[in-house]
Design a protein around this ligand. Sequence first.
Ligand code: SF4
Length: 331
Amino acid sequence: MISFEQIDLDQLVAGILAGCEIDRETASAILSCPDDRLPDLLNATRRVREAAFGRRVKICVLRNAQSGICPEDCGYCSQSRVSKADIPVYKMQPIAALVEGARVAVDSGARRYCMVCSMRGPARPDLDHLSEACDRIRGEFPGLELCLSIGILEREHALELKDAGAGWINHNLNTSRRFYPRICSTHTYDDRVRTIENVRAAGLSTCSGGIIGMGEGDADIVDLAYATRRLEINSVPVNFLAPIKGTPLGGMNSLTPEKCLKAACLFRLLNPKSEVRAAGGRELNLGARQGDLFNAVNSIFVNGYLTTAGWDYARTREMIERAGFEPETAA
Ligand code: SF4
């Protein structure tokens, strides 16, 4: 075991920028960084972030295209079959609504729009519907990056969606392989890895990260961060659990702003060239320290997270600028 104090941060940054992978002991020490050394960790991480992304921040908007009817049992999720959370329940939204969602996303400063469906995976009618929606959105908003989050996906279905205009598929690993059975019993970690491999094989970009604060240990966070590196994920969302009443993890409350920032730094340092995004739970868990996230992440969500509210573009933009960063120009 090494301690954070034993890490030469200049050397660490130089090694990462030269293409070296940090070792596991160093990764664990980063997560255990003493709070009074966090400014130094953030400064070091910012140098890695700036090498690939400058001071730019990409805005993303989610659309809950089908809500509250998932047969899976993910413990953190308000839309699972075991959730008793009071949320809107509806089947797949009409194509016009999904296109309208893209317009709202563009008006909200978004460079990326992600349509999310609560489902195990898409059936034939879902694929046809989403393909048509992608085709329409691609036609109306050619500069908007288009992402789908639709559960377990076969390669040939990913290919269809790519042909229709999708560029990205989100499927989060969520946590470590070891901890996965504690949060879900209806599918496995390896099911999720297979979907990521299918997405890549279809020539689509991969979006996959996780959720911090579900009762996992530091070793699980480290495992997850290395998994995103090994799988060469293009876009890594880092969520900070916002416990939802009525879900199995509704009583969980283990995060501090400092812990969230250390985790975000670790994901950046292990994924120096990938997009790293601050996702759900940033407002609740980081509060006044959200601006520090931009030392690690180059992207952020606005307008909320499927069934929980979040900051809008104007408020988020002000925070980005106050922290010394700049939102990417809208599509
Ligand atoms: S598969 Fe997705 S929508 Fe379904 S319960 Fe899990 S996280 Fe929620």
